[in-house]
Design a protein around this ligand. Structure first.
Ligand code: AMP
Length: 113
């Protein structure tokens, strides 16, 4: 159950600012406020899902497939689709999920040597 508002629902409604990299009717992507890598983008469905469990159990097949296809399109837009990136979802307390609005981290840590 989604509890009221989260920092990400406030980013969606514009109450909290973000550095957007992509937006359509269903998906929003923005830079993480505390980037842990050279590229650290968060990708979220605009509809309120608490977690990976909630998204995969409650979203339609169309929502799920289009969400992941949009992630791939964002990677293309960022120019990292071929060079590579990591996708991470922290699900629940034991994974250290901090924001209870389902999201995917897109991360590129470039080699410094
Ligand atoms: P997680 O641990 O998977 O829930 O990750 C939550 C992420 O949200 C962290 O990497 C935070 O740095 C990021 N975050 C928290 N608040 C904001 C914000 N206002 N704008 C952008 N990213 C945020």
């Amino acid at each position: 159950m989604y509890h009221g508002e989260t920092v990400f629902s406030k980013i969606i409604d514009g109450t909290i600012p973000s550095r957007k990299v992509y937006e359509d009717d269903h998906v929003l992507a923005f830079h993480d406020i505390e980037p842990k890598a050279d590229v650290h983008v968060l990708i979220i469905p605009k509809k309120k899902y608490v977690s990976f469990n909630d998204f995969t159990q409650e979203a339609s097949d169309t929502e799920i497939s289009s969400f992941y296809r949009t992630i791939q399109k964002i990677a293309e837009d960022l120019g990292i689709a071929d060079s590579g990136y990591r996708l991470i979802t922290n699900h629940g307390a034991n994974a250290g999920q901090e924001v209870f609005h389902f999201h995917v981290h897109m991360i590129v840590r470039r080699h410094k040597d």
